[in-house]
Design a protein around this ligand. Structure first.
Ligand code: KIV
Length: 273
C-alpha cells in the first residue's frame, strides 16, 4: 500500500510548481470531476487536479469534448474544489468559451475563477490565443497552456493519432510553447507527441511541462482518472498505464448486490431497524 499523504503538506501553488521543476521533482496530475473522487485524489498526494473537458466523454458520454458547456464545466469545477485541500485545481475552458474573441475568453475565465474558486484555467492552442492568454494573465488568472493533440480541434485533425511527427509541425509546437511561456502561462500540457520533442520543450522552457502520451522527459504526468483506474473498459492506448481494474471490481460488487436482493439475502436482521 502506497501512502503519499504527509502532515506538513502545503497547498500547491504556481510558485511551488516552479520550485518543483527547479528541484527536478516530478509533478503528478490527474483529472477529477466530482467532490468524492477529488477528495480521494487529493488525499492520495496528487499535486495538480485537472477538471478536464474530458468530462464531456467520461461523465456525459459524448464522443468528443466539443459539446460540454461553460456552465457544465463550472458545475464540475465547483464540486471538485469543495473536495480539495492541497492540490492545485485547474479547470479546462470548454470549446467555444474563448476561441476567436479575446474578451469573450477573458470573461469566461473570470466566470470560472469567480464561480468555482479554482486555482487556474487551461486552454488549448498556441499563437492564435496569445492575446486571450495575456488578458487573463494581466487580470491575475493563472493559465495552463495545452499543445500537441488538442481534442477540441478533432474535426480539423480528423484523428486522435500522435501529433507533430513531421519537422514543420514540431518546430511550430516549440515556437508556440515559447510564445505561451512569454505570454505568462504558469505551466504547459503536451498531449500525444513524440517523447524527444516533449523533452526538448521541457528543457527549453522554464515553466513546468506536463505530459500525457509525451514520454518521461517532461516535468510531470497527467492521466484521465477513469482511464488509469480501469473504469473505461476497452480503452488501452499505448501511453496509458492502468493501475486498477475498477470496471471488474465494480461490476462484481454490483452483481453481488443484485444477487443478494433477488435472493432476499439483503438486508438481513442486523441491517434493519
Ligand atoms: O480534458 C482532459 O482531461 C485533458 C487531459 C487529457 C490533459 O485535457
Amino acid at each position: 500500500m502506497v501512502n503519499n499523504s504527509s502532515n506538513d503538506k502545503k497547498k500547491v501553488t504556481t510558485h511551488s510548481l516552479l520550485e518543483m521543476k527547479q528541484k527536478g521533482e516530478k509533478i503528478a496530475m490527474l483529472t477529477s470531476y466530482d467532490y468524492s473522487m477529488a477528495k480521494i485524489v487529493d488525499e492520495s498526494g496528487v499535486d495538480m487536479i485537472l477538471v478536464g473537458d474530458s468530462a464531456s466523454n467520461v461523465m456525459a458520454g459524448n464522443s468528443t469534448t466539443l459539446p460540454i458547456t461553460l456552465d457544465e464545466m463550472i458545475f464540475y469545477g465547483r464540486s471538485v474544489v469543495r473536495g480539495v485541500k492541497y492540490a492545485m485545481v485547474v479547470i479546462d475552458m470548454p470549446f467555444g468559451s474563448y476561441q476567436g474573441n479575446d474578451y469573450v475568453g477573458l470573461s469566461s475565465a473570470v466566470r470560472i475563477m469567480k464561480e468555482t474558486n479554482a486555482d487556474a484555467v487551461k486552454l488549448e492552442g498556441g499563437e492564435e490565443i496569445i492575446g486571450t492568454i495575456k488578458l487573463m494573465v494581466n487580470a491575475g488568472i493563472p493559465v495552463v497552456g495545452h499543445l500537441g493533440l488538442t481534442p477540441q480541434s478533432i474535426h480539423k485533425f480528423g484523428t486522435y493519432a500522435v501529433r507533430a511527427k513531421e519537422d514543420a509541425e514540431a518546430e511550430k509546437l516549440i515556437h508556440d510553447a515559447h510564445l505561451l511561456e512569454e505570454a505568462g502561462c504558469c505551466s504547459l500540457v503536451l498531449e500525444k507527441i513524440p517523447a524527444t520533442l516533449a523533452s526538448r520543450a521541457a528543457s527549453e522552457l522554464t515553466i513546468p511541462v506536463i505530459g500525457i502520451g509525451a514520454g518521461g522527459g517532461v516535468d510531470g504526468q497527467v492521466l484521465v482518472i477513469h482511464d488509469m483506474l480501469g473504469m473505461n473498459n476497452g480503452f488501452h492506448p499505448r501511453f496509458l498505464r492502468q493501475y486498477a481494474d475498477l470496471h471488474t471490481v465494480m461490476t462484481d460488487a454490483i452483481g453481488h448486490y443484485v444477487k443478494d436482493v433477488k435472493d432476499s439475502d439483503f438486508p438481513n436482521e442486523k441491517e434493519q431497524y
